[in-house]
Write a protein that binds this ligand. Structure first.
Ligand SMILES: NC(=O)c1ccc[n+]([C@@H]2O[C@H](COP(=O)([O-])OP(=O)(O)OC[C@H]3O[C@@H](n4cnc5c(N)ncnc54)[C@H](O)[C@@H]3O)[C@@H](O)[C@H]2O)c1
Length: 256
């Protein structure tokens, strides 16, 4: 049975990815900084969980050592953990900048580097020409300017650059690195953002959601499952010849 580890899987998109990959036949490791949420998700799916704060090198190394001790390898790493705050650029604080860059950019760096250092030594996946796969959840904000999210957008542009560089360096080891860029996804993160944006713009939360839907060509908010389906494709064998790619999964909210 192939295995996969999802960071930030206690909620939203990560939770949907864990459920989908378990359904696809992966042994999935649910990980999150919030151990209680990780435990709830894993227990409901009957799969293992670990507490993992991606900003802690020690945590990531401990998780990597545990997974390799149990399974001897990691076939698919999904670097999904991310955070946001919302503010006008002129009001953005140093604390907000550090918090968002720390989790989104540095946390993704730690997860990729620490797991890749072990993945490069594992044999190819059975019947495949690859040792493993890395999938990163960035954002539509990694591609286009996002008002009220300057720090978040900067962190996601950073992740995209990181992914492209790492794809080049890990290709000789036959490890692929791809990115999924979601749009306006209905998750607890979005619920928080809608409230912040409504307050800053002095409109109702309904107006904010209406604007998200209006911007989305396919006419509805995105679901975590919309993202999980594409991650399922990138985690499976049909995408084995794709690397260094970013797939836009946003219902046409932004067209490259
Ligand atoms: N919701 C959206 O509209 C949207 C759009 C584009 C991209 N994204 C990205 O998708 C990913 C998931 O977002 P979501 O909407 O599901 O958010 P969410 O807040 O619902 O879930 C994020 C999870 O990450 C965990 N987490 C936070 N900090 C962590 C850390 N340091 N280490 C490990 N886990 C940590 C949280 O505990 C939470 O369970 C993020 O990277 C986010 O930036 C979300």
């Amino acid at each position: 049975m192939p295995n996969a580890l999802v960071t930030g899987a206690g909620s939203g998109i990560g939770k949907a990815i864990a459920a989908r990959l378990a359904q696809d036949g992966f042994k999935v490791w649910v990980t999150d900084i919030d151990e209680k949420k990780a435990c709830e998700v894993a227990t409901a799916l009957g799969i293992p969980y670990l507490r993992l704060d991606v900003t802690s090198k020690a945590d990531v190394e401990r998780a990597r050592d545990h997974v390799f001790a149990q399974d001897g390898r990691l076939d698919v790493l999904i670097a999904n953990a991310g955070v946001s705050t919302m503010n006008r650029f002129l009001d953005l604080s140093e604390e907000e900048w550090d918090f968002v860059m720390e989790v989104n950019a540095k946390g993704t760096f730690f997860a990729l580097q620490i797991f890749a250092r072990s993945m490069i030594h594992q044999p190819f996946m059975p019947g495949r020409e690859l040792r493993g796969k890395i999938i990163i959840i960035a954002s539509m904000a990694a591609r286009q300017a996002a008002p009220l999210l300057a720090h978040y957008s900067a962190s996601k542009f950073a992740v995209l650059g990181l992914a492209q560089s790492v794809a080049k360096e890990l290709a000789p080891y036959r490890i692929t690195v791809n990115v999924v860029n979601p749009g306006y996804v209905r998750t607890p993160m979005q619920e928080r953002e809608v409230m912040w944006e409504a307050k800053i713009r002095e409109v109702s939360p309904e107006v904010v959601i209406h604007d998200y839907i209006k911007q989305t060509l396919l006419g509805r908010l995105e679901t975590p499952e919309d993202v999980a389906k594409v991650v399922s494709f990138l985690a499976g064998p049909d995408s084995d010849f794709i690397t260094g790619e970013a797939l836009e999964v946003n219902g046409g909210a932004w067209i490259f």
